[in-house]
Ligand binder design. Structure first.
Ligand code: MN
Length: 166
């Protein structure tokens, strides 16, 4: 009986250590690993909520703040015609386009086309929306810092007329 338990424990230890070794980067002998590797395929994709987005939107959260850090990173993919609602960010937001072609617009401004490699900085409190063009999808990374646990203030949706306008 005791030997069975020990075998089970040994198996558990082997499994645990293999999980730890894949989840953390290699560290020098004698030093506990600090780097954490989140493997591709381990976080399910999410659907952009209908109340905040128009059309099909996929959100892949890449990094959620842990401990004292406050910046999240998500990859957001908009199908053609899809876009966010109007919104502001209390501490601003950086958008980094990784695929496709999209539009971003601040209130009172014209639509700006965004393409892979473009980096858009939206300052704190500026009302804006971002999304795909009418005919092409787009994927961008969104780097957003939270203030008091909140990183976005959602507003009304972008109407078809607003979306079609220049
Ligand atoms: Mn935004």
């Amino acid at each position: 009986m005791a030997s069975v338990s020990l075998t089970a424990l040994a198996t558990l230890l082997v499994v645990s250590s293999s999980i730890v070794s894949t989840a953390h980067a290699q560290a020098p002998a004698g030093k506990a690993p600090a780097m954490v590797v989140q493997r591709n395929g381990t976080v399910p994709s999410a659907k952009g909520p209908e109340q905040f987005f128009s059309g099909p939107v996929r959100v892949d959260m890449l990094y959620q703040p842990q401990g004292p850090t406050r910046a999240s990173v998500g990859a957001v993919t908009f199908e053609p015609g899809s876009r966010s609602a109007w919104h502001t960010h209390p501490l601003g937001q950086a958008l980094i386009v990784t695929a496709g072609t999209g539009w971003v617009q601040e209130e009172g401004g014209t639509k700006i086309e965004m393409r892979p490699g473009d980096v858009i900085w939206c300052p704190p409190g500026i009302k804006h929306w971002h999304g795909a063009t009418a005919t092409t999808g787009v994927t961008h990374l969104a780097v957003t810092e939270a203030l008091d646990g909140k990183n976005v203030q959602w507003m009304e949706k972008v109407s078809d007329e607003q979306y079609a306008a220049r």
